[in-house]
Design a protein around this ligand. Structure first.
Ligand code: FES
Length: 99
């Protein structure tokens, strides 16, 4: 028997789109959005990489976030307008980021 938690969803592949440029980057299972963006040259501030500090907070324009942080309230998470790219992922095939 398992218990439901917000972090119970297995990692899957998805894409992130940069709203300002239209660039699309694949995020493979096992790699964070933060690391994907850093690899592509984006300068996203971060500190804990565990979804606790809020430093990496990034806006989301569309898509459904798989929130795995401990920073946003449940009400904030439910809006799917911001997320923590160090730990959170996507439930939709793509997230459009406010970058
Ligand atoms: S780096 Fe701390 S919440 Fe993302």
């Amino acid at each position: 028997m398992s218990t439901l938690t917000t972090a119970s969803t297995p990692d899957t592949d998805f894409e992130v789109e940069i709203a300002s440029t239209g660039q699309i980057f694949p995020v493979p299972a096992g790699q964070s959005v933060l690391h994907t963006l850093m690899f592509e040259g984006f300068d996203i501030p971060f500190a804990c990489e565990e979804g606790v500090c809020g430093t990496c907070l990034t806006g989301v324009k569309s898509g459904e976030v798989d929130h795995r942080d401990h920073y946003l309230t449940h009400e904030e998470q439910a809006t799917h307008t911001q997320f923590m790219p160090c730990c959170s992922r996507a439930r939709s095939a793509k997230l459009v980021l406010d970058l």
